[in-house]
Design a protein around this ligand. Structure first.
Ligand SMILES: Nc1ncnc2c1ncn2[C@@H]1O[C@H](COP(=O)(O)OP(=O)(O)O)[C@@H](O)[C@H]1O
Ligand SMILES: [Mg+2]
Length: 265
């Protein structure tokens, strides 16, 4: 499934036999089990799977917000034990500060860069705001922006510090289909220009196939890697491309076959 050309790229993140349990109100849960995966530098990797299969848990482990019970995660040569500037997380509804305008919200993301002068911060914030198509909305407060625009500001805020890895947990799922399609275009444009390592969690399979270099399908309870799909379609990809629909149908078939077999057993 992996070509020799791909193997030549260094791994940005390595996961080895990663398992995570929770002891919650509902009792003991194994959220993810025995996950082994290399995420390559500059790769767009998408995690998909049914609700509750451990996608967010896996992303939080990569972010260092949760700790593995077994196995290990490394960023390059370094073990991931805590959150770090090299890995930024963007959530489903990434709250902007209502009292700051769009530009100031993006600048806030740059507070983690103490080596930058105020002027450099301003310049970087302007650059990323225009990259997401909001160069003319600098002064707008969040309540003056649509949901899609707010999510674009959040995207600019995550990109501005130029983290080595961008982790995104269902960042588009609260948006309408039209706004989502526009953002798929934006994020691909940014990805093609900046070649950042991105890991995106979604339960939307078409979105996964539209954005991912590889789509990792997790099986439910506990979340294990069920199958990995290499998506070779040229970029930028469009949601209405029939080739994309065909691949999405393949992933969906794999997902439902597993759900059916767990129901029978
Ligand atoms: N902090 C927590 N405490 C207890 N159980 C949790 C916690 N976080 C997640 N879980 C459980 O772990 C499993 C995976 O959850 P999650 O990673 O949120 O799945 P997904 O993001 O794929 O919907 C679920 O059964 C969920 O209830
Ligand atoms: Mg989740």
């Amino acid at each position: 499934m992996t070509s020799s050309k791909d193997k030549a790229l260094p791994a940005a993140l390595t996961l080895r036999n990663v398992t995570k349990h929770f002891n919650g109100a509902a009792g003991h849960v194994t959220a993810v089990e025995d996950i082994t995966l290399d995420v390559r530098e500059g790769e767009f990797l998408v995690l998909v799977g049914p609700s509750g299969c451990g996608k967010s848990t896996l992303l939080n482990l990569l972010a260092g917000l949760e700790h593995t019970d077994q196995g290990k995660i490394q960023l390059g040569e370094e073990p991931v034990r805590s959150p770090g500037r090299d890995r930024l997380v963007m959530f489903q509804q990434d709250a902007l500060f209502p009292w700051l305008n769009a530009l100031e919200n993006v600048m806030f993301g740059l507070r983690l860069k103490p080596d930058l002068t105020e002027e450099e911060r301003l310049e970087a914030a302007r650059y990323y705001l225009s990259l997401v198509g909001l160069g003319d909305k600098e002064k707008a407060r969040p309540h003056e922006l649509s949901g899609g625009m707010r999510q674009r500001v959040a995207l600019a805020r995550s990109l501005a510090p130029n983290p080595r890895v961008l982790l995104m947990d269902e960042p588009f799922s609260a948006l309408d289909a039209l706004t989502r399609d526009q953002l798929y275009g934006d994020i691909q444009k940014i990805f093609m220009n900046r070649k950042k390592t991105i890991i995106l969690v979604t339960h939307n399979i078409r979105e996964a196939v539209c954005l991912g270099d590889r789509v990792v399908l997790l099986s439910p309870h506990p979340g294990r890697i069920q199958q990995i799909f290499d998506i070779k379609l040229p970029r930028p990809r469009r949601m209405n491309d029939p080739a994309l629909a065909t691949l999405a149908a393949e992933v969906t078939a794999a997902l439902s076959s597993h759900l059916d077999s767990t129901k029978i057993s």
